[in-house]
Design a protein around this ligand. Sequence first.
Ligand code: HEM
Length: 433
Amino acid sequence: MGRMNEPPRLPEGGFSAWNRDRLAVARRGADECGDVWQLEPGVYVAATAEPCEAVLRRSQDFPKAPAPLFPPLKRSSGAPTPEERARAHAARMRGLRAQAVAARIGEIAPRTAQFADQWPTDQDVEILPAVRHALAEIGVSYLYSEDAPTLLPFAAQLFLAREVLVRPSRWAWPLWIPTPARRFRTRQQVAFIDALRPIVRRRRSTGRLGDDMLGQMLRPSPRYGLLPEEAVLDTLPGITVATFETPSRAAGWILLHLARHPRAADRVAAEAALLPADPAATTSTHLDSLRYTQALVREVLRLYPPSWLLTRRATRQTELADYTIDAGSTVLVCPYTAHRDAREHAEPDEFQPERWLDDSGSPAKPGVFLSFGTGPHGCEGTALAMAMLTLLTAQTARRYHLSEPPGPEPGYQVTTFEGLATVGLRLRATVRG
Ligand code: HEM
């Protein structure tokens, strides 16, 4: 181990400044201190592409704490082992990988089209509840197809339970205290699992496993064999909420950008005009042809990554960007500032979807695009999220001009708590002439 070399501390950048305006302090940290800086003793921020990428990839040195939205319920066989978690991950990925999503574009497109059709025109509407509902329908159908109608109401309750749980509170109750929010969460989780169990049993006993993600999880894998029922049930509440929670945050930013950048919206509309008239006839080839729309989605995710801060812990003393990181310290990975580094992105604060169209703007370059994370804990739903958001964007722009409410007041508030999102976003849709 090299000599002790601590990351710089940001002047007037401790927790109290951070709690007042986290984005501003994050930017100041990156500007004034560079690659890695110190928020408080033992709390470091990886602020630029290279250290962000390194922390996410080096999962031995910087493991992700097991803090799932819906921790596995107590059960007779004990907590899931790492082996069981790996098996559940592999089973989920059979249903979520890009080819699996590509095969089901014809089911996703009609629902995003329906969302666009139902937008009340010529009035300012708070749009995120409708977006969330549409994406929940898509996500839950993607996971459970014909069993989705049974599970959708339970999924909505899971979302609520999660929202109550992450709401800022004055006290950080120790994790073992069953606060009302935690009891509500556990009740909703139990209710969801009780609704899901008979579906799993019916599918297994009839042998009709289904072609959806649940069906993929119920199939034996060549490597691991059959996943136990409890492992299937434990993993699904979190995945169910994940299919629509972060995607609806992203959709808020995307719709806002369509309103603010009418020329970009026109370009999306022109591309979308080439989609089949019957949305059910949409295929992955059509989706791939929406190149500008995909670039726009990616550009919005670059500027406003919903998961703008990811948490890791250093298990042992280690090095990061020539600094020494103490054992036991917290490392915050900040895609938000990494994405606004002029060395990686020309004119980093400008909204320029075109930057992703030429080959130099390849998101595959390390650290260049971290909105879905990377490394062993990278997002499992990237392909599904990109498909839903691209279709939603194309079909909305194809029908409407969007605009923000007139007047000096912004039609939304920015929240950075849990995710970067537009709260209360109000927009107006007018039918394109
Ligand atoms: C625009 C939408 C989305 C964004 C921006 C997003 C972002 C992310 C990010 C940044 C991570 C890594 C977290 C970390 O490293 O600590 C992650 C993990 C994850 N995402 Fe997504 N996500 C999105 C949509 C989805 C969807 C649709 C699913 C549906 C299945 C999903 C499932 C997951 C899961 C299961 C993980 C945990 C992976 C692990 O810890 O090993 N996400 N996501």
